[in-house]
Design a protein around this ligand. Structure first.
Ligand SMILES: [Zn+2]
Length: 467
């Protein structure tokens, strides 16, 4: 197995682990083997003070990972580089009962400015911390660094092309989001729960199948769901909306039940729950009274089982922020439902209207992925790499003030922005180097046009300032 070593800093050192402990520190080495909830922690190369601080940080980390607030923070984050794993997958990996080996070093990953270093994708938990960082960081910060390094152990990475270029969304990488939720309790960038107008909740399920979108027509929101299922899996979904139904996703396949679930009168759907791994073993919906939603009261009124009888993978629950109801479902499906993302809109609805996808530029090859801006947002920048063809493309979205008045876009720069993970290969020449880069719209402006040529497309950010 190829093992990559990653330093926790924006300035990357060499990719070879050079652990140099000073002789004084070796003399003070402490071996602490107190049992931990997620396996024993062994500490070496650290002073007694450092070891006790690391112990405090590990205690802090273990209790944080167990908390509902942590799951909520991670679900509220918009991550890049999560390898298609769900929030529940990631937390389960972090809670694995494995011994954790922590060493204190003068330089980690060959750099004295890096705070931590860990091999990527190994079967154990093993990391180096830099002496100065251990001594000067708060316990919460140190716990954040440890979880960042353990995330590397679990296989989550920065995007690291051979030329050492860091993508503009590096701070959104799931290793950093997991760290940020431990050290500060708040994710990087625009939290899903604070997006104005509409938001997309963290996805659940697997990554098979092809993308779909189910949307309630007109101003309608979701009042129920029609679900076909076998005893093991959810196969097909259709939304029941005010004044009609959506299209359907999935197929009847080997279904044995067709269930037409509805919330009570005067209730709207505000979320889903169930269990899923690569598919859905169970699916239910969460209903709340219209009055509660209108008044911004977060309260689940009724839980309605919809289909599936197996308890596969992890249990999940996804609930709209207070004041919002479910407007659409994005997801992936083949013969069964593979993945679901709940999209919520302010209720009573200030409708964003239907999505109107344009034709794909170029030839449709490889995986197909659809990403969208939340918060009634608009794209305000692009980055990636391109040569004769576009190799890789990612985007930045800024939320608007939740209304599109006479076609004018009011971009809300204060709300923080959203990063759409770049997709594609590593060839070509870099473009769009983040803030102030050549493919970044000026403040208050959004992308309104794309120029295309031949079989490839290259967006041309011609921004307009709001009137
Ligand atoms: Zn890192």
């Amino acid at each position: 197995m190829k093992i990559v070593i990653i330093a926790t800093t924006l300035v990357l050192g060499s990719s070879v682990l050079v652990g140099c402990s000073s002789p004084e520190m070796e003399a003070l080495e402490v071996d602490d083997l107190e049992p931990r909830i997620n396996g024993e922690t062994s500490i070496s190369g650290c002073s007694a003070y450092e070891a006790s601080k690391i112990n405090d940080a590990v205690d802090y980390l273990v209790s944080t990972l167990d908390s509902e607030e942590y799951s909520e923070c991670l679900a509220d984050a918009i991550p890049s580089g999560d390898k298609g794993d769900t929030v529940e997958d990631i937390i389960a990996l972090l809670q694995e009962n494995k011994p954790t080996a922590i060493r204190c070093r003068d330089a980690v990953c060959g750099s004295s400015s890096a705070t931590g270093c860990a091999p990527v994708g190994i079967n154990t938990e093993s990391l180096d911390l830099q002496h100065d960082h251990v001594q000067s960081a708060s316990v919460a910060q140190l716990a954040g660094t440890i979880v960042h390094e353990v995330m590397h152990n679990k296989g989550y990475q920065h995007f690291l092309p051979a030329d050492g270029w860091f993508e503009p969304d590096d701070r959104f990488r799931v290793v950093r989001q997991a760290q940020q939720c431990v050290s500060s309790g708040v994710p990087w960038g625009l939290p899903r729960s604070e997006a104005p107008g509409d938001t997309e909740l963290a996805r659940v399920g697997g990554n098979g199948g092809a993308p779909f979108e189910l949307t309630c027509p007109g101003d309608g929101v979701v009042r129920g769901m029609q679900v076909d299922s076998s005893s093991r899996f959810v196969n097909r979904i259709r939304l029941t909306c005010d004044g009609g139904t959506s299209g359907s996703a999935g197929e009847w396949k080997d279904s044995r039940w067709a269930y037409n679930g509805r919330c009570l009168a005067n209730q709207v759907v505000i979320g889903i729950y169930g269990s899923a791994d690569s598919m859905f073993g169970q699916l239910g919906m969460l209903c709340a009274s219209e009055d509660d939603v209108i008044e911004g009261v977060a309260d689940i009124g009724t839980r309605r089982w919809l289909g599936g009888l197996s308890n596969v993978g992890h249990e999940f629950e996804r609930t709209c922020p207070a004041g919002m109801a479910v407007k659409r479902l994005y997801g992936r499906s083949g013969a069964r439902i593979d993945q679901l993302s709940v999209v919520c809109e302010e209720y009573p609805v200030s409708p964003r209207g239907p999505n109107n996808p344009l034709a794909i530029m170029g030839t449709a090859v490889g995986d197909r992925r659809v990403d969208r801006c939340i918060g009634f947002g608009a794209m305000t920048g692009l980055w990636g790499s391109a040569g004769g063809e576009v190799d890789r493309i990612g985007a930045r979205c800024s939320p608007t003030n939740s209304s599109w008045l006479n076609g004018a876009v009011y971009l809300d720069e204060s709300a923080g922005y959203q990063s759409i993970e770049a997709f594609g290969g590593q060839g070509g020449v870099r473009f769009g180097l983040g803030d102030g880069g050549s493919d970044q719209c000026p403040a208050g402006a959004a992308l309104i046009a794309a120029r295309r040529s031949g079989s490839t497309g290259r967006a041309d950010p011609r921004g307009v300032r709001p009137c």
